[in-house]
Ligand binder design. Structure first.
Ligand code: HAX
Length: 437
C-alpha cells in the first residue's frame, strides 16, 4: 500500500469512529433551523453535509484544512525556485490534513506521472466530435470514456464489501487526477490548434506539465498554472460542482461518474462558466467602446447598459462570500508581480473599482465584490490563451483535487445515499398559512 493511501486509511478510520460515536451519543441535537426563505431560495446556509477538505467563511473566504490561500503559498512545497505552491501539496493536505514534505510531494508528483497514460480510445472518441463541441462537453465525455478503468466499479461488480470502498475510491481518484492534464490539453489542442498536440514532459511536475502541454513553456506561465490549480481546487461542499459530485457519489457511482456530474454543474454560467463569460463580456465591452484602454466613466456606462439589459455582471457576486474573494486577490497579487503593464489586466483592475459601487446601488446584490472568475481570464489572455471557451476546463482540472479527495472521505466515513425531502408549493402555502412570522 502506498504511503499516502496508508496515511489516509489511518486518519479516516479515526474520524469514522469518532463520528459514529458522536451520532450515537448526540444524534438528536438540533444544529440549526431552516427558514421558509431558505427552502425557496436555493438552500443558502442550510447545514446539511460534511465536507472535510475545506471550509468557507463569508468574510475570511476559503481555508483548506485551516490554511488560507496566503498560508498555502507560504507553507506548501515549491519546486525549482518557483514562488507558487505545487497543487500536489494541496491534494495531500486536503486528503490527510498535513502539510507534506518536499519528498512526499515529489513522490505524489511521480505517482501521478506513473498513472497518467490515457488509452487511445479516449482520443479517438474526442476526435470524432465536431471541433465546435464545447470544451466542457468534451471534457465531461472524456472523463466518462475513462470510466471503464474504474477500480471501484470493477471491484464492486466482483463483490467488494463496504470496508474497501475508500481504498477503491482512492485508486480511482489518483488515476483520474493523473490523467486530467493530458485529457484537458488534448481537448485544447484539438479544438483550437487543429490537433497539433504537445507530448507530455515526464520530467515536469503535474502543474508545469499541464502548462507545457497547453503550449506555453515560460516559468511565469508554469507558476500561474500551479497557482491556478491550487486556488480553484475546493470551496467547501455546498457549491454546485462539489455538491453534484457528492450527490452522485452517494449512490456509489464511481469517481469518474461522480466527477462528470460535478463538471456538468461547473459548466453553468452562474458557476464555473463565469470565467469564460467574464472575458467574453470584457472583449464585448472593448469592441463596443472601440478601444483597449477605456476610462472608468466609459466602463461605468457599459456596466449600466449590461444591467439595463437584464443581465448579471459576470465575475461579481457570490452565494456565500461577502468580501472580495481571496482567490481573486491571489490572482491580482500575481498580476501585480508579473504583469503589471498588461492592458487587459488594467481593464480588470478598473472593473474592480467601478463595479462594486454600482452593484451596491442596486440594493439587492448581497455581495458586490469580485469572485474567483473575475481575474483569471485576463491573465490567461496575457499569456496567449485567448480561447475563452476552454477556461472552465482549467477550472475543472483543479476542482478534481477537492471533490475527489472529498469523495474518498465520503466513502471512508461510510456516508449514506443522499436523499433530502422535497415538498410541493401547495404544501408550503398550506404550512405557511398556519404559522405566524
Ligand atoms: N450582477 C447583477 N446582479 C447580480 C449579481 C451580479 N453580478 N449578483 C447578484 N445579482 C442579483 C441576483 O441576480 C439577484 O437578483 P434577483 O433578485 O432579481 O433575481 C439579486 O442580486 C440577489 O442575488 P444574491 O443573493 O446576491 O446572489 P445569489 O446567491 O442568488 O447568486 C451568484 C450568486 C454568484 C449566482 C450571482 O452573484 C451571480 O449571478 N453572479 C454573476 C455570475 C458569476 O460570476 N458566477 C460565478 C460565481 C462564483 C463561482 O461559483 N465560480 O465558479
Amino acid at each position: 500500500m502506498d504511503q499516502l493511501k496508508q496515511l489516509f486509511g489511518e486518519k479516516s478510520e479515526i474520524v469514522r469512529t469518532q463520528l459514529r460515536d458522536l451520532v450515537k451519543e448526540k444524534g438528536k441535537v438540533e444544529v440549526d433551523k431552516v427558514y421558509l426563505e431558505q427552502i425557496y431560495g436555493g438552500m443558502r446556509g442550510v447545514k446539511s453535509m460534511i465536507w472535510e477538505t475545506s471550509s468557507l467563511d463569508p468574510i475570511q473566504g476559503i481555508t483548506f484544512r485551516g490554511y488560507s490561500i496566503p498560508a498555502l503559498q507560504e507553507k506548501l512545497p515549491k519546486i525549482n525556485g518557483s514562488t507558487e505552491p505545487m497543487p500536489e501539496g494541496l491534494f495531500w493536505l486536503m486528503l490527510v490534513g498535513e502539510i507534506p514534505t518536499d519528498e512526499q510531494v515529489q513522490w505524489l508528483s511521480d505517482e501521478w506521472e506513473r498513472r497518467s497514460k490515457i488509452d487511445e480510445h479516449t482520443f479517438k472518441m474526442l476526435d470524432s466530435l465536431p471541433a465546435d463541441t464545447h470544451p466542457m462537453t468534451q471534457f465531461s465525455m472524456g472523463v466518462l470514456s475513462l470510466q471503464r478503468e474504474s477500480v471501484f466499479a470493477r471491484r464492486y461488480f466482483e463483490g467488494m464489501g463496504k470496508s474497501e470502498f475508500w481504498d477503491a475510491s482512492y485508486e480511482d481518484a489518483m488515476n483520474l487526477i493523473a490523467k486530467l492534464p493530458q485529457l484537458a490539453a488534448y481537448i485544447y489542442r484539438r479544438t483550437f490548434f487543429k490537433g497539433d498536440h504537445i507530448a507530455p514532459d515526464h520530467t515536469l511536475d503535474w502543474g508545469a506539465n499541464f502548462a507545457h502541454m497547453l503550449g506555453n513553456d515560460t516559468q511565469d506561465f508554469y507558476d500561474f498554472i500551479r497557482l491556478y490549480l491550487t486556488i480553484h481546487a475546493d470551496h467547501e461542499g455546498g457549491n454546485a460542482s462539489a455538491h453534484a459530485t457528492h450527490l452522485v457519489g452517494s449512490t456509489l457511482s464511481d469517481a469518474y461518474m461522480s466527477f462528470t456530474g460535478g463538471m456538468t454543474a461547473l459548466a453553468g454560467p452562474l458557476h464555473g462558466l463565469a470565467n469564460q463569460e467574464v472575458i467574453k463580456w470584457v472583449f464585448e465591452m472593448l469592441e463596443s467602446l472601440g478601444k483597449d484602454d477605456p476610462s472608468k466613466e466609459e466602463i461605468t456606462d457599459f456596466v449600466n447598459r449590461t444591467l439595463d439589459e437584464g443581465k448579471v455582471i459576470p465575475g461579481y457576486g457570490h452565494a456565500v462570500l461577502r468580501e472580495p474573494d481571496p482567490r481573486f486577490i491571489a490572482q491580482k497579487r500575481f498580476a501585480e508581480k508579473h504583469l503589471r503593464e498588461s492592458g487587459i489586466v488594467q481593464v480588470v483592475w478598473k472593473l474592480f473599482d467601478v463595479v462594486p459601487p454600482i452593484l451596491q446601488s442596486l440594493g439587492k446584490v448581497k455581495n458586490p465584490w469580485p469572485n474567483v472568475d473575475a481575474h483569471s481570464g485576463a491573465i490567461l489572455v496575457h499569456y496567449g490563451m485567448k480561447e475563452f471557451t476552454f477556461y472552465t476546463v482549467l477550472f475543472g482540472v483543479s476542482r478534481a483535487l477537492g471533490v475527489l479527495s472529498a469523495l474518498c472521505w465520503s466513502r471512508a466515513l461510510g456516508f449514506p445515499l443522499e436523499r433530502p425531502k422535497s415538498i410541493t408549493s401547495q404544501w408550503l402555502f398550506n404550512f405557511a398559512d398556519q404559522k405566524q412570522v
